[in-house]
Design a protein around this ligand. Sequence first.
Ligand code: RFL
Length: 388
Amino acid sequence: MVILGAGPAGLVLGNLLHASGVDCVVLERATRVQVQARSRAGFLAANTVRILDRHGLAEGLRRNGREHATCEFRSEDGRFRLDYGSLGRRERHTVYPQHELVTDLLTQYLEAGGRVRFETAAVAVHGADGPRPSVTVREADGRPGRWQARYVAGCDGRHGAARRSLPPGTVRRHQHDHGVSWLGLLAEAPPSLDAVGYAVHSRGFAGHMARTPEVTRYYLQCERDGSPEAWSEDRIWDELALRMRVEDYGPLRRGRIVHRSLVGLESDVIEPLRHGALFLAGDAASLISPSAAKGANLAVLEAEILARALIDDLRHGSAEGLDRYSAQCLAHIWRAQDFSQWMVQLLHGVPGSAGGSVFHDSLRRSRLESLRVSRSCQDWFAENYVGV
Ligand code: RFL
C-alpha cells in the first residue's frame, strides 16, 4: 500500500493500516521539519477527537488541547454569543494546532515502525485501473524512482500527484469560487476573546480564533488579488480593531504577526473519490473553504473510513467497504460544503456587486438575526458547526 502525503489524512491512514499489519509506506514531498511546522487548522470536531481516541492517537490533544464551545458575532446590529456546546448535540471543539496533531501522528507512526520517505515527491500514479498500479517519484537526491502497490491512497492535497493522475473523463470535478479572499494571519499574541469571534463590517469580515494561550489566528477579508506583504503590522492591527469594533467591545491584545497568507475561499469536489486502485482522501478529495473549519476534520474522517475498507479487503477479502468508500465520504463532504457555503453567506456581503449589495446585505443581516433569536436555528448551527 502506498500513501501519498504526510498530512492529517495520510498519517491517520498510515497509523491505522500499520496497526492492523498492512504493509504500507508514506511518500512525502517535504522534509520532516517542514511537515511538522505547517500551521493551519486548529478546531477539531468532537467526532474527530472520538476517531483519534478510538485508535489511541489522541494522547497529545487530550493533554494539551483545550475544549471550546462559544462563538461571538459582532455586526452593525450589536453583538451576541452562542454557547454552541449547550445547543444541538451539545458537542464541543477541541482547539489543538494542526502542526501539533501532525507531529503526534508522525511520531506515533514512526515509533510503531511505520515507514515514511521524506523529500520524495510523487510524480504520477500509473495503471490504477489495471492489476499492477505504481507511483513514479523523484527521490531526495533528484533521482527518479518507482513504487509498486496493490492500492494507492492520494492524500497529497489539492495540487498533489494523485489528482493530476486521474485520466480525463474518469471523474467529475465540481468547483466553486465564493468570490471572497481572506488574509490569514498568525499572531504571537494571546487570544483577546474567550470565544471564536466573527465580525461582520462594511469594510469586510474579520475573524478571531484562539490557537494556544500565546498564539491567535486572525482573518481579514481582503482584495482578491492583494498581496499579504502590502499589509504592515500596524495596518493589520488597526483594521482588525476597526472591524472587530474594539471601541464598543474592548481592545485586542496585539503582538508580532508571524505568518500571513492569502486564502481564496474556494470549494472543489472530485466525484467519485476512486479510480480503480487509486483512492482520494482529505484535500485531494475535496477542498473546502476555511469558513467553517472542516478540512482537517473531513481528512481524519475519510482516512478512518478508507482504512477500515482497506483492512477489510486486504486482511479479510471483502471489497464491500472499498466499493462504498466514495459514496459514503461524499455524503459527509457535501453536507460540510453546504454548511461552509452558509457560513460564507453569513459572514460576507457580496463583494463587488453594486446594485445587489443592499439586497444581499439585508439577507445577511436577517440570517444573523435568525441565529440570534431562533432556538431551532441555533440548534441547527451548533450541530453543523461542530459536526462532520
Ligand atoms: P495536507 O495537510 O495538505 O497534506 C498533504 C501532504 O501531501 C504532501 N504532498 C506530496 N507528497 C508527495 N508527493 C507529492 N506530489 C505531494 N504533493 C503534496 C504535502 O507536502 C503535505 O504534507 O492535506 P490533508 O492531509 O488532506 O489535510 C487537509 C488539511 O490540512 C486542511 O483541510 C486543513 O488545514 C483546512 N483548514 C482547517 N481545517 C479544519 O478542520 N479546521 C480548521 O480550523 C482549519 N483551518 C485550514 C484552516 C486551512 C487553511 N489554509 C491552508 C487555507 C486554516 C487555514 C488558513
